[in-house]
Write a protein that binds this ligand. Structure first.
Ligand SMILES: *[C@@H]1O[C@H](CO)[C@@H](O)[C@H](O)[C@H]1NC(C)=O
Ligand SMILES: *[C@@H]1O[C@H](CO)[C@@H](O)[C@H](O)[C@H]1NC(C)=O
Ligand SMILES: *[C@@H]1O[C@H](CO)[C@@H](O)[C@H](O)[C@H]1NC(C)=O
Ligand SMILES: *[C@@H]1O[C@H](CO)[C@@H](O)[C@H](O)[C@H]1NC(C)=O
Ligand SMILES: *[C@@H]1O[C@H](CO)[C@@H](O)[C@H](O)[C@H]1NC(C)=O
Ligand SMILES: *[C@@H]1O[C@H](CO)[C@@H](O)[C@H](O)[C@H]1NC(C)=O
Ligand SMILES: *[C@@H]1O[C@H](CO)[C@@H](O)[C@H](O)[C@H]1NC(C)=O
Ligand SMILES: *[C@@H]1O[C@H](CO)[C@@H](O)[C@H](O)[C@H]1NC(C)=O
Ligand SMILES: *[C@@H]1O[C@H](CO)[C@@H](O)[C@H](O)[C@H]1NC(C)=O
Ligand SMILES: CC(=O)N[C@H]1CO[C@H](CO)[C@@H](O)[C@@H]1O
Length: 443
């Protein structure tokens, strides 16, 4: 389908794009950031403003070569035996995940921005796949703006677009499209990764696949993503966007399961929210979206969905917005929230169900995003508290030590450790996740 919408000119764009990218940087040392500047101050904190582990420097790499050189030099220098490196994208982590105490923060936004659309013909198929190659430090809003200019769009999103490609792909990247296409990490064809040893590696399902599936959702532990090749599809023009509140969990869950089964909506999320500031009572919201170019068809689908819903139609808030405005719907909410520590600003999303992931380091079956303790208990109860619960792992969890991470990964812990020792044996990368302790060089 995508190929029908593309002009042949696009094919000409694809010529070895990653080679151009790698050779565009000439291995200069990454520049240090002026420590008196407000930019430096920004680079040493994050969105959560809960944890403050200050680095000793913040560097501004221009390309993967700069990152590689730094990591190689740290790996071979006995005098830098305790130096760690934290890649930092847009800095939206909440618990210091992009910080490095007395170490080096790598400002990924300083990488030369790179967004390039291309198309490949898969072997033994008459169909081709359209993709975008995006630099690791590029924001998803920038990817969206560029792909829309060609009538194209990535299929799977995050709920907030001012995050970097490398950042969300190191975690999972989840929004309501995940129920169809899997999280963002399930929509990547190829990566360039700089490993903890400083090797620049191109990887995919076929080539260096362990690093590929490790880096996707790998919490920055195995390498720094400097380029991702992301699957595209034709972009719709408009969206019917619906939110339906429920008091009863069973009705809410029945409707969500029904929508998943039918697969008619393009986006689907479920939320738990507090009724008011003073109580621990919650209500549920089902949010879904129908993309369209033809309004009549979209209206028919919407009517069908609503007529089968357990909730009354009069409760639903339905709006009609452009595709861009729909994807960018949370910009204001999140920017306002940065005005104060995010501790008690909580949202929970239940059942980002997806069986479409092959990445061993993530299990985005059901997700709970949140901080307030009563909300956590509610979510725990729903997803795992009882016999026959849905089973869940918290998305973007914060753990204080390795033992907690071992529990998180369960039987996958051994694999995680093994990949770490291969790609970042000195435990230099992403210390803010608190998974591994920096190891000195063996003498
Ligand atoms: C560093 O930033 C401070 C504050 O903006 C400025 O006064 C100073 O000149 C800068 N230093 C350098 C070397 O650019
Ligand atoms: C630092 O962050 C503040 C608040 O987000 C922003 O207004 C400012 O422009 C940033 N400064 C720089 C130099 O990036
Ligand atoms: C690293 O070692 C130096 C020199 O021994 C010391 O001053 C510094 O505090 C250490 N940093 C960390 C994070 O342990
Ligand atoms: C090519 O695409 C069409 C339409 O999406 C699909 O039905 C068909 O199975 C694809 N063929 C191959 C070989 O993948
Ligand atoms: C993206 O496009 C929107 C709408 O055209 C524009 O307002 C916005 O400034 C653009 N953002 C970036 C980061 O390019
Ligand atoms: C809850 O508190 C916030 C500020 O803390 C306030 O803006 C909001 O209006 C309150 N909501 C209700 C329902 O009281
Ligand atoms: C919350 O509690 C405060 C103080 O106890 C009270 O003034 C306020 O009206 C309450 N708000 C709601 C929405 O119940
Ligand atoms: C419906 O949602 C829109 C978009 O968030 C909002 O502006 C509007 O106030 C909502 N309407 C009602 C009746 O809640
Ligand atoms: C958040 O809620 C907890 C209790 O759930 C309370 O102890 C804490 O002070 C609150 N933090 C903020 C920043 O309001
Ligand atoms: C709790 C409840 O009312 N559940 C109903 C919701 O709607 C489905 C059909 O879509 C019914 O099967 C459930 O009984």
């Amino acid at each position: 389908m995508p190929s029908l919408l593309l002009s042949l000119q696009l094919k000409a764009l694809l010529l070895h794009t990653f080679v151009l990218f790698l050779s565009s940087s000439f291995g200069a040392h990454p520049l240090p950031t002026n420590q008196s500047s407000s930019h430096y101050a920004n680079l040493t904190t994050d969105y959560g403003r809960i944890i403050y582990n200050y680095p000793s420097e913040a560097l501004q790499p221009k390309g993967p070569q700069d990152i590689s050189q730094l990591l190689k030099s740290i790996s071979s220098s006995p005098t830098r035996n305790n130096v760690t490196v934290a890649p930092r994208g847009a800095g939206h982590s909440t618990y210091g995940q992009a910080q490095a105490l007395d170490g080096t923060v790598m400002d990924m936004r300083s990488l030369t921005p790179y967004i390039q659309i291309g198309e490949i013909q898969l072997v033994a198929s008459e169909n081709s796949t359209v993709y975008v190659d995006a630099g690791g430090g590029v924001l998803w809003i920038e990817v969206l703006n560029e792909t829309l200019r060609h009538g194209l769009t990535p299929r799977s999103w995050t709920d907030y677009l001012y995050l970097t490609v490398g950042g969300t792909l190191s975690n999972a990247g989840i929004s309501g499209q995940a129920y169809k296409y899997g999280p963002q990490i399930a929509n990547v064809m190829e990566l360039d990764v700089v490993t903890g040893k400083g090797d620049i590696v191109t990887c995919s399902e076929k080539e260096n696949s362990e690093l590929f599936y490790g880096a996707l959702g790998g919490l920055g532990q195995f390498g720094i993503i400097t380029r991702a090749r992301i699957v595209l599809e034709p972009a719709p023009q408009r969206v019917k966007w619906a939110r339906i509140p429920y008091d009863d969990f069973n009705q809410f869950a029945a409707d969500e399961e029904q929508l998943i089964k039918l697969g008619d909506v393009n986006y689907l999320e479920g939320f738990i929210s507090f009724k008011d500031n003073n109580s621990s009572d919650v209500y549920y919201t089902l949010e879904f979206a129908i993309y369209y170019n033809n309004e009549g068809d979209a209206q028919k689908t919407l009517d069908q969905v609503l007529s089968q819903s357990n909730s009354s139609r009069s409760m639903a808030n339905i709006t009609d917005v452009s595709y861009f405005d729909f994807l960018n719907r949370n910009q204001k909410i999140i920017e306002v929230a940065t005005a104060e520590p995010t501790t008690n600003k909580t949202m929970a999303m239940v059942d980002a169900t997806s069986r479409k992931t092959k990445t061993p380091m993530s299990r985005p079956r059901a997700e709970a995003i949140g901080n307030a303790e009563s909300m956590r208990m509610e979510v725990r109860e729903l997803v795992g508290g009882r016999e026959g619960g849905m089973g869940a792992k918290q998305y973007l969890p914060y753990y204080k030590d390795q033992n907690a991470w071992k529990l998180h990964f369960g039987e996958k812990w051994g694999r995680f450790e093994e990949l770490k020792s291969r790609f970042d044996p000195l435990n230099i990368l992403a210390p803010g996740q608190r998974i591994f302790q920096r190891r000195p060089l063996e003498s």
